[in-house]
Each structure stands twice: as C-alpha cells, then as structure tokens.
Design a protein around this ligand. Structure first.
Ligand code: ADE
Length: 223
C-alpha cells in the first residue's frame, strides 16, 4: 500500500511513522509513506498557504490553489482509491474503518490547519472525511499518523503471530482481556492460577469471560 500525506508540518509526521511496527511495515515493503510539504506547492510570496475567510470571522482558511496543485501533481503519478481529509467534523475512526481502508491500494491524506480548508476542496476532491475522536487537535497531522498506524499494522505480513491483530480489542467487539508476564508473584500480587494451569481450553474460556466482563464494565455500547 502507498500512502501520500499533504501537510504544512511534515516534521510532525516523520517521527511517529519511523519506529517499531510502522518502520517494519515500510522496511518489509508492505507500506510506502510519502510526506509532501504543502508550502512547496504555493506560487505566492513566502509560500503562503492560508488566507482570511470570506464573510469575516477569526481564523485563517487553507487556500484552494496550493492544495489543488499538490493533489493534482500527485494524481498525475498515482491513482488513489480514497482522498481523505482529516477533520474533527469527519466520520469517527473505528476498527471497522481501519480494516476497510487496509484493503485499499493507494491513499492520499490531507491534513487541515487553522479554521480548515476551503470548502471547494472538500466538494471536488475529498472522497472521505475522517475524525480520530470528538476533540479538536491543532491540525490533522496527528490524526493522519493515527490513521496510518491503525491501517499499516493490518497489512498482511506486518504483524507476526505474537502481535497478531486478530486478538486486538475491538476486532470482535470485545475489549482485550488482561495479560500477565513474569514474575508469577510480586509484592504478593499473583498471576491468576488458570493462566499457569497449562489447560488451554480453560485459559481460553477465562480470557473470553474476562473480555466480556471488561467490555460490560467499560464499553457496554460495544455489546
Ligand atoms: N484535526 C483537528 N482535530 C481533528 C480530529 N479530531 N480528527 C482528525 N483531524 C483533526
């Protein structure tokens, strides 16, 4: 999969996408991420990309032209399955959306800033608008990083058996059960006996029961 990201703050995306599982996904050739600085597509003085909004009101709006230049020059090279705009008024990201997007070939992501982007970009280029939650970030970059991570780890061959996405919270509408590792006892706090029993059927039943209880207590809306 190839993901292109258009942003005014490319530095913000470098680090989150170059470690751990995202690094592995790219090293294995399963994922290719390209970050494009929007200012490079501005033909105005000082590489301006924002302007005052028509009708008045506080806050700048990202201009049409640099974004259109960026999108169209990328489209000349890559055929995108979705052009995604990260915005707090988009559809809220969930595991099912991440699953669906992980099946696509090429994605283009556009990070908003200030008061957002000129509506005409949304009307004529954007195919999907995604929010990562009901709170406002100072820009779409961290949202894009979250989205790339959620998608990237689902690509075939990225996770090994140990980190398999099949057992994640949300994959079957249940939160994940508690997990333990050595030592068996610390300050009198013990690992549940069943996990040391070697009885795999019992362990699976216990895990399922714990997942159900945890989901009932914390996220009854998922059941
Ligand atoms: N940009 C600002 N807030 C955002 C959010 N919650 N999700 C995605 N992009 C955003």
């Amino acid at each position: 999969m190839r993901i292109d990201i258009i942003t005014v703050l490319p530095e913000l995306l470098e680090s989150p996408l170059s470690h751990s599982i995202m690094k592995r996904a790219q090293a294995k050739g399963m994922l290719e991420v390209h970050v494009h600085p929007l200012r490079a597509y501005s033909s105005l003085k000082h590489n301006q990309v924002d302007d005052y909004q028509f009708g008045g009101g506080a806050g700048m709006v990202m201009m049409l032209e640099p974004i259109v230049n960026a999108i169209e020059s990328l489209q000349a090279k890559v055929k995108y399955d979705e052009i995604i705009y990260l915005t707090p008024d988009g559809e809220t990201l969930n595991q099912q959306m991440a699953n669906q997007l992980s099946l696509k070939g090429n994605l283009l992501m556009l990070c908003g800033h200030y008061k957002g982007i000129d509506q005409r970009i949304r009307d004529h280029f954007i195919t999907k608008e995604i929010s990562i939650g009901d709170y406002v970030l100072s820009g779409g970059e961290l949202g894009a990083a979250v989205l790339v991570d959620a998608i990237g780890r689902l690509l075939p061959g990225v996770l090994n058996d140990e980190t398999s996405a099949l057992f994640d919270s949300f994959q079957d509408n249940l939160l994940a059960p508690p997990v333990y590792t050595r030592p068996v006892e610390f300050r009198g706090w013990k690992v549940p006996d069943v996990l040391l029993s070697g009885d795999h059927k019992k362990i699976e039943e216990w895990r399922h029961q714990q997942a159900v209880e945890r989901t009932q207590a914390r996220r009854p809306d998922l059941l």
